[in-house]
Design a protein around this ligand. Structure first.
Ligand code: GTP
Ligand code: MG
Length: 364
């Protein structure tokens, strides 16, 4: 994919970060970003997302530099997607397409595969409506349903059926997981469930490794982890914590993906304590914290005890002592611990804080 990236700028900083991130997403599907086009505009255009004049400019530039794809930093409505492809004459993708493509390339477990397939189909279905009509106009007569529409109808029916089938299978998985969790609960009430959540690439899996010694896949790219993984760690006084590593969050996450990842996110919903991992070496970390907080709220998890884990301190200071001297941002509204998952700094302190929380939970 040789892509031009297109973005609407409203709140400058946030949009700029989002655009940079989109470039990473293009790279993650082995694409190349040839350039980007920005339009400053308050409200997206209903038909084309950007203004009609901008569409013409995109078309010219795409032809000039021989791009074969246009990637929009947005969720396009099915009709916007359709109108843009027609007007520009090149493949058009939105943020959801990219995220879904990355997910479908990387997932391994059967459940995650089903979840991604579901998200993809849900995303594709409404786009088929516009396409069917267009194909019919080319082939069919007035007032009749043309061959294009019939074809699209067959495909739509197939997709709907498949969606139902996957939903049933996932329902089954959720039931099984719920039973597993109940069994664990019965084992002992001194087991505390901790979920690692945070923006993608902040170091959740690295932290899991540092805390439990489990070998997990760590990589400097978005969405390295796509399957949840749980490991345990014993704490003093017979306390045991179960730590679950989860899929990273991202701003403007496709809604159908949140929906289809419910089974993994249930691990977060079932957690006693949430470790919200933050990359403090990232200048844009505050916005990312807000994104994660919003998703947690959507999941109904905003009332749970949260420990903020300020990771990658080794990128800011040279030693563990200095790391502890970093002021913890009070506005986060919870306990914060500065760590470096790679250097092992602050891990003891973090476990100590978890133990304090856990003791309170067990005693109640
Ligand atoms: N310098 C430094 N790098 C770190 C630290 N923790 C993680 N990293 C690096 O950050 C990158 C992402 O780490 P992961 O542990 O895969 O992050 P993640 O949050 O699990 O990412 P996803 O699963 O993709 O959402 C890797 O290149 C890690 O080596 C840290 O404490 N210091
Ligand atoms: Mg990970």
């Amino acid at each position: 994919m040789k892509a031009i990236v297109v973005s609407l700028f409203r709140e400058e900083q946030e949009d700029r970060e989002s655009l940079e991130e989109l470039k990473e997403l293009v790279k993650a599907v082995d694409g190349k970003v040839l350039g980007y086009i920005i339009q400053r505009r308050r409200e997206p255009d209903v038909r084309y997302y950007v203004g009609a004049g901008k569409v013409e400019e995109i078309k010219q530039v795409a032809q000039g530099i021989e791009a074969d794809a246009i990637v929009f930093d947005a969720f396009l409505s099915p009709s916007q997607h359709y109108n843009l492809e027609k007007a520009i004459g090149k493949k058009v993708y939105d943020r959801a397409d990219l995220v879904l493509e990355i997910f479908s390339r990387r997932v391994r477990s059967k459940t995650a595969k089903l979840q991604v397939e579901l998200a993809k189909l849900t995303h594709e279905l409404p786009r088929l409506y516009g396409k069917g009509k267009e194909l019919s106009r080319l082939g069919g007569g007035v007032g009749t349903r043309g061959p294009g529409e019939q074809q699209a109808e067959i495909k739509r029916r197939w997709i709907k059926k498949r969606i139902e089938q996957i939903k049933k299978e996932l329902q089954e998985v959720r039931k099984q997981r719920a039973e597993q969790r109940k069994r664990r609960e019965r084992l002992s009430d001194r087991i505390i469930r901790v979920a690692l959540v945070g923006y993608t690439n902040v170091g959740k899996s690295s932290l899991m490794k540092a805390m439990t010694g489990t070998d997990t896949f760590v990589a400097d790219m978005p969405f390295a982890t796509l399957d949840t993984k749980t490991s345990s760690r014993d704490l003093p006084e017979g306390l045991k914590i179960l730590i679950t590593d989860t899929v990273g969050f991202i701003r403007r996450l496709p809604p159908e993906l949140v929906e289809s990842f419910k089974a993994t996110l249930e691990e977060v919903q079932e957690a006693d304590i949430i470790l919200h991992v933050i990359d403090i070496s990232d200048p844009g970390w505050i916005n990312k914290v807000q994104v994660v907080k919003n998703i947690l709220k959507d999941l109904g998890c905003d009332e749970k005890p949260v420990i903020y884990v300020l990771n990658k301190a080794d990128r800011l200071v040279a030693s563990e002592e200095e790391a502890f001297n970093l002021t913890e941002p009070a506005f986060l509204g919870g306990k914060a611990v500065v760590v470096s998952a790679v250097k092992g700094w602050g891990i003891k302190k973090l476990l100590e804080v978890i133990r304090e929380y856990a003791k309170e939970l067990v005693e109640v």
